[in-house]
Design a protein around this ligand. Structure first.
Ligand SMILES: [Zn+2]
Ligand SMILES: [Zn+2]
Length: 279
């Protein structure tokens, strides 16, 4: 099995290391058949109170980012397929402005990862669920409120029909506070929405390097995804080039074991100019 990595970053986002070329070289060294360059789209349109703008490149850098992706795509075309993409945030308040900001680039993008990092918590305001202070936020507000809101926001994101891949769909667990059973019905509602869409769900490997020490989403959710034949993609969410493709083989073997037991199949999705196709 030759793998491909749909989710990588680079130095432009201010919290990753290395150029897009270093990620492509790492993918070639790891014998991947394809790599998607998917750095964070600028976060300036999200409310200031969420305090996330510094986690992404500035708007004036985005055309240069696209150009550098296209450059390496051409340079390494004999060795690997390079897809040009972006991880774009969703918040209900910012979405219409994001659509406008992305409009000039849509023809350049092979896919858009729709990621919820910021949720609007009643009585608190807009907060990032993956920032270091989100652990205390979860203790303060209660994890149920955070998880419910997270899934509700993801459902809204899916229903826009604008995005192609759901990024890290159970991100609030990052610091180790897992959802309790009450949350499962919200997870299922979210999966219902994905099932009705043309989107794929990402199995994101960044969680292995975080306190939660497992992939997003967790096995129980992935099993439900497989049972419903929802297409999946593998993403390292690498913020350092050495993590490209990290853990894919182990995850693949784990999922194949489950599939054998269930006599079901993994449906792998790829994207080309924002159209889904299957592998
Ligand atoms: Zn990042
Ligand atoms: Zn993300």
């Amino acid at each position: 099995m030759k793998f491909w990595d749909n989710h990588t970053h680079n130095y432009l986002c201010n919290h990753a290391k290395g150029t897009v070329e270093e990620y492509v070289i790492s993918a070639i060294e790891k014998n991947l058949c394809e790599i998607g360059l998917s750095d964070h789209f600028p976060m300036h349109l999200i409310s200031k109170e969420a305090n996330v703008e510094q986690w992404a490149m500035r708007m004036e850098q985005f055309p240069k980012y696209i150009a550098s992706c296209q450059q390496v795509q051409k340079k390494y075309q004999d060795k690997i397929i390079v897809k040009v993409a972006s991880e774009v945030d969703f918040t209900p308040k910012s979405f219409s402005n994001y659509k406008i900001a992305l409009e000039p680039f849509l023809d350049d993008l092979d896919y858009i990862i729709g990621s919820v990092h910021v949720i609007d918590i009643d009585g608190v305001g807009e907060r990032a669920v993956d920032s270091p202070d989100s652990f205390s936020l979860m203790e303060e507000v209660g994890s149920n409120i955070i998880y419910k809101k997270y899934y509700e926001t993801n459902i809204k994101m899916v229903k826009t029909g604008f995005y192609n891949i759901v990024g890290h769909c159970d991100l609030p667990k990052k610091f180790g506070i897992l959802p309790n059973e009450e949350i499962w019905e919200y997870t299922l509602k979210f999966l219902d929405a994905v099932e009705e869409s043309d989107m794929a769900i990402e199995i994101n490997h960044a969680g292995f390097c975080k306190p939660v020490a497992t992939q997003y989403p967790d096995d129980k959710i992935i099993h439900e995804v497989i049972n419903r034949n929802i297409p999946i993609t593998f993403g390292s969410d690498a913020h350092e080039s050495r993590y490209v493709g990290y853990g894919f083989e182990e995850t693949y073997n784990k999922l194949m074991k489950y599939c054998k037991k269930q006599t079901s199949q993994l449906v792998f999705a790829k994207f080309n100019k924002r159209n889904i196709y299957f592998q």
